[in-house]
Design a protein. Structure first.
Length: 183
């Protein structure tokens, strides 16, 4: 029950492209087929990353945005997803990488990064949001990556699950978000 913006299999334009490609492929199959039985149902919710929340830079002091005050920087990438129909709903499986780099003001070898997964309806209403923690161990070069794997079950009767979105991003403070939007 979560949603996002840099999507895998998302956007209306993406659905139009999928339908157009499906129709083009089916047009080459000959005239005797019933096309309705060959077009796959679009049941999967879009899964994506929310713009402005895919990176985080933490500073030693919230009043200073100097490079010498950076504790760590991190970003989310490598999003992949799949889903399958289940009794009364769909199960979406998705994974992504969380990569962190130690800043010059840090002496830690591990970074704990809170991120959220939210599910929204077609009109943007959040029906579920959970906050998780990615723990990244930093190697000698000060960098590390962890792959997060999650499963989200969306249950509803008679719904178009493809109209739902599963959104992912870092759980940012107001200062973090202002910094991201200004850089």
């Amino acid at each position: 029950m979560i949603s996002a913006i840099n999507t895998v299999g998302k956007a209306v334009g993406g659905r139009r492209l999928l339908v157009a490609l499906t129709m083009t492929v089916l047009a080459g199959c000959g005239g005797g087929s019933k096309i309705e039985s060959q077009i796959p149902r679009l049941i999967c919710p879009a899964v994506g990353l929310v713009q402005g929340t895919t990176t985080v830079t933490k500073f030693r002091d919230t009043d200073s945005y100097l490079e010498g005050d950076v504790l760590y920087e991190a970003y989310i990438s490598g999003l992949s997803s799949s889903c399958q129909e289940e009794s009364g709903g769909v199960a979406a499986d998705f994974a992504f990488d969380v990569t962190a780099s130690k800043g010059v003001a840090s002496s830690t070898d591990q970074v704990s990064l809170p991120y959220y997964v939210a599910v929204t309806t077609a009109n943007g209403a959040i029906i579920s949001k959970q906050v998780f923690n990615a723990v990244v161990d930093l190697a000698e070069d000060g960098r590390g990556t962890v792959r997060e794997h999650l499963n989200q079950h969306i249950q509803a009767q008679g719904q178009d699950f493809h109209s739902y979105e599963i959104l992912i991003g870092f759980q940012l403070s107001e200062d973090d978000l202002v910094y991201n939007l200004s850089h």
